[in-house]
Design a protein around this ligand. Structure first.
Ligand SMILES: *Cc1c(COP(=O)(O)O)cnc(C)c1O
Length: 474
């Protein structure tokens, strides 16, 4: 056990270590070279009977745990989408941990609830979302999308499924593009619609949902007695950051009385840039919207901003008030436990408040513009190297490309080659990229979006990619 005096000493040591870690972060292998279960096997099977000194635990953190970590905050992290932190966010997380508050209801932490409402309103103003949307912080976009589907289900059935469960005749259909995130599949399964009722609509050559295909499917389903319930449009798909046409889709949803949810998990942050606002033309037709400040807005995981137009429907879908949760302020304040799945909630608004205030809108915009600039810079490098090929438009800061030497033309052979290349690149430990498949083509993904990524990191990364490609045998 630690007493207050020792806590103070240790905490200072930890902060020093954190500062050193960030100072040296680009010296760590971004992805550890490690075999599965090495770490597990080095951990004792039994928990200690008596307490151990923090110094010893900390030493083993450095010796056993740290070498097995992937360093998401490394400026050489170009894989997936980033899960960015930043110093103001980190500091706020320290306070959150110190307060250790459980922010389920207004009464259990009034300031946490009211700050959440305030910063969600800030985000609305920053991104240009409609004033009549109501915001709540969820853990992840997966949860937000599930909340959207459940609320759609209840709103469109007069809250009947919550009451009575499904009837055999209930065939609810959900639509998204072929490129939509797997969290939509998960949500459809959990919401009880059956995965067979998730309809994936074909995309155009830039991987955007084709609205004509959507309307055709909806009509066909209605003819067959099925109930079109919800369309999930994506703003910034995971594979290639394609953006579905919100307005066209919105008009179709309006026409057939279908809920429109927009999954902007990654690219939603770009809406703080006026030059990207055009992407949400028609947003007033949407019923719900999600984006993750924990991806590209420098706020520690987890922090997902979920917005819904019909707040009453949301609360009616989730609210259950047992006696022990009743309080005098009921109905006058937001009890965010009624706005989603979980009862207990972390104080997530604090880190967002710190981030927005510390960066300022201008500071955030500068960071994002820098990342977008770096992506265009890499795009140029890909275009000007005959051995490489660009595979999708660079809409934000994701570059989709592959190695394509002139003498290899067979698609399978190219896929194989790029798979090998990715392994080789990531095995260097110097940078970390990920991949996807775009219309059958094995595609390397490079995201220039880590908080501290600068041009020199990108230059170095491109050099490593070229070198590793040149060293491939084929
Ligand atoms: C990352 C991502 C998700 C999932 O986000 P979580 O917060 O991890 O659930 C969903 N949709 C898209 C488009 C994404 O890029």
């Amino acid at each position: 056990m630690i007493n207050l005096d020792e806590f103070k000493i240790q905490a200072h040591k930890f902060v020093d270590w954190i500062a050193d870690y960030y100072n040296d972060i680009d010296k760590y292998p971004v992805r550890p070279a490690i075999e599965p279960y090495r770490i597990y096997e080095s951990l004792p099977v039994k928990p200690p009977e008596s307490g151990e000194p923090v110094d010893k635990i900390f030493e083993e953190f450095k010796k056993i745990i740290l070498p097995g970590m992937t360093h998401w905050q490394s400026p050489n992290f170009f894989a997936y989408f980033p899960a960015n932190s930043s110093f103001p966010s980190l500091l706020a997380e320290m306070l959150t941990a110190a307060l250790g508050a459980q922010c389920m209801k207004w009464e259990t932490s009034p300031a946490a609830t009211e700050l959440e409402e305030a910063v969600m309103n800030w985000l609305k103003k920053m991104t240009g979302l409609p004033e009549n949307f109501h915001g709540v912080i969820q853990d992840t976009a997966s949860t937000s999308t599930l909340c959207a589907l459940l609320t759609a289900r209840e709103q469109k059935t007069g809250f009947r499924i919550n009451d009575e469960g499904f009837k055999t005749a209930d065939v609810f259909r959900v639509y998204c593009s072929a490129e939509a995130h797997s969290s939509v599949d998960k949500a459809v399964k959990i919401a009880g619609f059956g995965i067979k009722n998730l309809v994936r609509i074909e995309t155009d050559k830039e991987y955007r949902l084709m609205a004509t295909g959507l309307e055709k499917m909806i009509k066909k389903d209605i003819d067959q007695g099925k109930k079109p319930l919800c369309v999930v449009a994506t703003l910034g798909t995971t594979s290639s950051t394609a953006t579905d046409p919100v307005k066209e889709i919105g008009n179709i949803c309006k026409k057939y009385d279908v809920w429109l949810h927009i999954d902007a998990a990654y690219a939603g942050s770009a809406l703080i840039l006026p030059e990207y606002r055009g992407l949400i033309k028609g947003i007033e037709l949407a019923d719900s919207f999600v984006f993750n400040p924990h991806k590209w807005l420098f706020t520690n995981f987890d922090c997902s901003a979920y917005f819904v137009k019909d707040k009453k429907a949301l609360v009616n879908t989730f609210q259950v008030v047992p006696e022990y949760l009743k309080s005098a302020d009921y109905g006058r304040v937001n009890d965010y436990c009624d706005w989603g799945i979980q009862l207990g909630r972390r104080f997530r608004a604090l880190k967002l408040w710190f981030v927005i205030r510390s960066f300022g809108i201008k500071g955030l915009q500068e960071k994002l513009r820098k990342h977008i600039f770096l992506a265009r810079y890499v795009e140029e490098k890909v275009r000007s190297d005959n051995n490489f090929e660009l595979l999708a438009p660079v809409n934000f800061n994701l570059i989709c490309f592959r190695f394509k030497p002139a003498k290899v033309t067979d698609i399978e052979e190219l896929n194989e080659l790029n798979m090998k290349l990715l392994q080789k690149i990531n095995n260097t430990g110097k940078i970390y990229l990920s991949h996807t498949i775009l219309k059958g083509v094995y595609t390397l993904r490079m995201v220039t979006g880590q908080t501290n990524t600068e041009q020199m990191h990108v230059d170095r990364a491109w050099k490593i990619i070229q070198e590793q490609a040149a060293s491939l045998k084929f």
